[in-house]
Every structure is written in C-alpha cells, then in structure tokens.
Design a protein around this ligand. Structure first.
Ligand SMILES: Nc1ncnc2c1ncn2[C@@H]1O[C@H](COP(=O)(O)OP(=O)(O)OP(=O)(O)O)[C@@H](O)[C@H]1O
Ligand SMILES: [Mg+2]
Length: 286
C-alpha cells in the first residue's frame, strides 16, 4: 500500500532518508526558482476495452515557484493528470520528466518534494487520531520527535483543528478531513503541493483558510498546482491558467488572457462575471 500523502510513498512508519538542504532566504530548499519541475511530453491515458482517451497528447512544462491553476469541467481529466504527475499511474503514451529525469526514475525525489492533497480526503487518512495523522508524514521524513511535535502543533493551529487533535480522523466532517489532509502536507513542508479540488466541501472560513495557506506557500517560493473547476475562489492567486476539456489541453497562459479566449464549450465559467443584485445571484444564463 502506498502512503497516500506522498507520491508512491510507503505506508509503513519506516523512516525515509531526508537531508535538509539550505537555501537562500525566500527560496525553497532543493529547488531553484523557475527551474523546470515537470516536463509533460505528448501524454495520453487510454482506457480499455473501448480505448477511451481520458487524456490526449498533453504537452506542458511546470516551473518551480508560482501557482498554476488547472481547470476543467467534470471528467476533463484533472484528477488523472494529478495521478500521473504523482507517479501513481503510468501513461499509455508519452512521458513525464521530473527535474529533467523520467518520473519513474525520480520517485524518491518525488516523495520528498511533492505533497498531494486528493479530492477524496477520506482516502488520505493514515492516523488513528488527527494529531497522529498529521505526524505521519514528518515522521516518515526521519525528523526528531520534538521537531515532529512542533510541526504538528503548528499545522493543527493553522487549520483550526486543535480541539480535534485526539479525534478519530474518520469522525471528522468532509471539510475537516480536507483540512486535515492539507495540515499533513504543510507539516511535511513539501517543495511542491498539488491539490485536487482543494475547496470541495469547505465552508467560507475553510476556503479562506485554504487560500491563506496557498498564498503563504507561494510567498515562501513553493510551487502550487491547483486542479479545480472553482476558478472564482482561487484565480487571483494563480500566475497561470491551464484549461482541460475532454482530456485535451485547450489553453495555457496568463489567467486574464486565457479567460478572454474561453470557449463556452469547454464548460468553464468566467469568474469575472459579477453580481449586481440578488436577481443576478445565479449561474443560470439569462
Ligand atoms: N480507471 C478508469 N477507467 C476508465 N475511465 C476512467 C478511469 N479513471 C478515469 N476515467 C475517466 O477519465 C475521465 C477523466 O476523469 P478525471 O477523474 O480525471 O476527471 P476530473 O477532471 O478530475 O473530473 P471531476 O471534476 O469530476 O473531478 C473521466 O471520463 C473518467 O470517467
Ligand atoms: Mg477530479
């Protein structure tokens, strides 16, 4: 079984070798700002028996630093792309390079440097209590007990989970489970965080907390990749917008430019439409 927190990682409490690297202030250790993180070359995922092309001919580069928002309607291929970037699935065609090396040969580095927050928060639960769950990732990094306890306390506070620290994670609400997953990643201090539908099930304060975390990650030079159809919640934080539709990459560029080129057929709503009054507060077309 894989550790659901880290790409292809072990689920056991076994320690994983981890050396802390030093970096200039404002820059994450282990990654040069703007260095190519991922190169995705002609990537396709085809499912038998009918040969359904869930992803088709995807080409993209993801650089270190900044926030990329990958948007697309239901079934457009966002989660599949995340699973491929995480090394949890193999492509049918094409290849993914991580720091210039084939992803399959970089799994150790991927485990240390990339944190995942899945759409299904339940699937990420690994601890008997909320605090143990958050501690799991840092423990796997081989950190001291004191360091792990400090990181857990900080993450509990950052996500408003202090009062739930001894709860069974499975008893948390859907939104709280998502916060727990985010808290676990923050505690691991991954260089890159990939979040699949990070706002699903979250109430307004939960969304705001998540956005604050994303902003803080960005400001400390981490790389954030958000896969979501909820552009209206996060686009201001993104430097780049990628649109997927039916498994094909339809557009990729600066958010404002991409929105100006949006094709309604892609099923992504331009979040710049505003509400003048109650009568506008609906996503139904006039
Ligand atoms: N194991 C599988 N076998 C066959 N088809 C699959 C498999 N996994 C995913 N698909 C198909 O691939 C397409 C893309 O799925 P994916 O989960 O990536 O969509 P998504 O963009 O994340 O959608 P959502 O917004 O609903 O989360 C869907 O049509 C899905 O049915
Ligand atoms: Mg999805």
């Amino acid at each position: 079984m894989n550790n659901p927190r880290v790409p292809g990682g072990p689920a056991s409490g076994k320690k994983t070798a981890m050396r802390k690297k030093t970096a200039p202030p404002g820059q994450s250790p282990g990654s040069d700002l703007h260095e190519t993180l991922y190169s995705v070359k002609n990537l396709s995922k085809i499912f038998p028996p009918a040969g359904f092309r869930a992803l088709s001919g995807i080409n993209m580069e993801l650089r270190a630093g900044g926030c990329t928002l990958i948007a697309g309607s239901n079934g457009s291929g966002k989660t599949l792309l995340m699973r491929l970037l995480a090394g949890l699935l193999d492509p049918t065609e094409g290849e993914i390079f991580f720091h210039g090396k084939p992803l399959s040969k970089s799994l150790d580095r991927l485990r240390r440097e990339v944190g995942l927050i899945f759409q299904d928060a339940e699937a990420q639960i690994v601890g008997e209590t909320v605090a143990e769950d958050i501690a799991f990732g840092p423990k796997n990094l081989g950190l001291s007990r004191q360091e792990v306890a400090g990181r857990v306390a900080t993450a509990l506070a950052a996500f408003g989970l202090e009062s739930k620290r001894d709860f069974s994670p499975r008893r948390l609400s859907g939104g709280e489970k998502r916060r727990l997953a985010a808290a676990g990643i923050i505690a691991m201090r991954a260089e890159t965080v990939i979040m699949d539908e990070p706002f699903a099930n979250l109430d307004w304060p939960g969304v705001v907390q998540t956005l604050e975390i994303i902003r803080a990650l960005k400001n400390t030079g981490k790389t954030v990749i958000l896969l979501t159809h909820e552009l209206e919640k996060a686009l201001a934080l993104a430097d780049r917008l990628v649109i997927l539709h039916r498994g094909i990459l339809r557009d990729d560029g600066k958010p404002g430019d991409v929105l100006n080129r949006l094709d309604p057929a892609w099923g992504v709503r331009d979040p710049r439409r505003n509400y003048r009054g109650v009568e506008d507060c609906s996503w139904l077309a006039e």
